[in-house]
Design a protein. Structure first.
Length: 345
């Protein structure tokens, strides 16, 4: 939870300056009253003692003194509120890390060598997606080239809809869905696919966990710009962790498949990720756990304090002073109003 760490003022000198101003104004007002009392011709009145002993006169004097004190106090409260706002009170808060701090790019191999396996792989990817909460997720298809189907978004329902479309396209052989990913220079170029997906992350200046969830059979055909080892190094330089879901055939155990799985595992583990084989029990849960562990590690870091302006106390104090001034001025009118014979003042 967030909490207030400290309170302070950006311009603390404003408050003592306001106090000095009040003292100067009071001294000037007092001197002005004395000078005005001594100026002009004196007025001679008789029987002042009797006048001052009248209950009506004593009551008016008391009311006038009380109203004057009320207006003075209200003016001081208003001035204090204004001075507090001008001094810009601040509070330093410790905010919890943003829970929506993980970016996950789903990176699906759309090559023809995956036609028989992609339905199972997409199902495993959906299982990973269902285990995530509060993340931004995107979807990129790749083979000879990479095409972004969904940029990073927090709308996971839309991502699921696109995965459903991808699964239907894989199962039905709808080539229109994969337009742009098949080039004559090669297919299933896994190194280039990883690099392309690693480049899809926006917000480069923010501290976020970035994960590429790769699906592939690691059976490249053609010459790529990056081999798998170089692609893993590229991802590591960008603080991108690569997890992989291998095609079910990689778990069948032939020498060639073990070699492809081993190469994939070595590259993925170099980034801090793990490899799961689609269809094997518990393999997807391991990927979800590793992604959650990345987030937990980030949350445990000490958050930085944030300083915010907080003008509300000063504004409320000034508003209260203005209300008190209004009440005082209204009371002054009542005191000055002449008393009608037979009626109340």
């Amino acid at each position: 939870m967030s909490g207030v760490l400290d309170l302070g003022l950006r311009w603390p000198w404003v408050l003592p300056a306001a106090v000095v101003l009040v003292v100067v104004l009071l001294a000037w007002w007092s001197r002005r009253g004395r000078d005005r009392g001594r100026s002009g011709d004196p007025v001679l009145l008789a029987h002042l003692d009797r006048l001052r002993r009248l209950p009506r006169y004593a009551g008016l004097v008391r009311r006038r003194v009380l109203v004057g004190a009320w207006v003075t106090a209200a003016a001081l409260v208003t001035l204090a509120g204004v001075a507090l706002v001008v001094a810009r009170p601040t509070q330093v808060e410790v905010l919890p890390p943003d829970e929506r701090s993980r970016d996950v790019m789903l990176c699906l191999d759309a090559s023809t060598s995956m036609d028989d396996d992609n339905a199972a792989v997409v199902g495993a990817v959906r299982d990973v997606l269902d285990g995530l909460d509060g993340d931004r997720v995107g979807l990129t298809l790749w083979s000879g080239a990479a095409v972004t189907v969904v940029p990073l978004t927090g709308d996971l329902d839309y991502v699921r809809e696109q995965l459903d479309r991808a699964q239907q396209a894989f199962e039905g052989g709808d080539e229109r869905y994969f337009a742009g990913v098949q080039l004559s220079g090669g297919s299933s170029l896994i190194g280039d696919g990883v690099v392309s997906c690693a480049r899809r992350f926006d917000l480069p200046t923010e501290e976020r966990s970035r994960v590429v969830l790769l699906s592939s059979d690691n059976e490249p055909r053609g010459k790529s710009v990056y081999d798998l080892t170089a692609a893993a190094a590229f991802a590591t330089e960008r603080d991108v962790v690569v997890h992989a879901i291998g095609a079910p055939e990689l778990g069948e155990g032939s020498a060639e498949e073990r070699d492809r799985l081993g190469t994939l595992s070595t590259a993925v583990e170099a980034t801090g990720g793990v490899v799961a084989v689609a269809g094997q029990d518990g393999s997807v849960d391991q990927i979800v756990a590793r992604i959650d562990a990345l987030e937990q590690q980030r949350v445990e870091e000490d958050p930085e304090p944030v300083r915010r302006d907080d003008p509300v106390p000063g504004a409320l104090l000034a508003a209260a002073g203005v209300v008190l001034l209004g009440v005082g001025w209204g009371a002054q009118d009542v005191v000055r109003r002449p008393r009608r014979r037979g009626g109340a003042s």
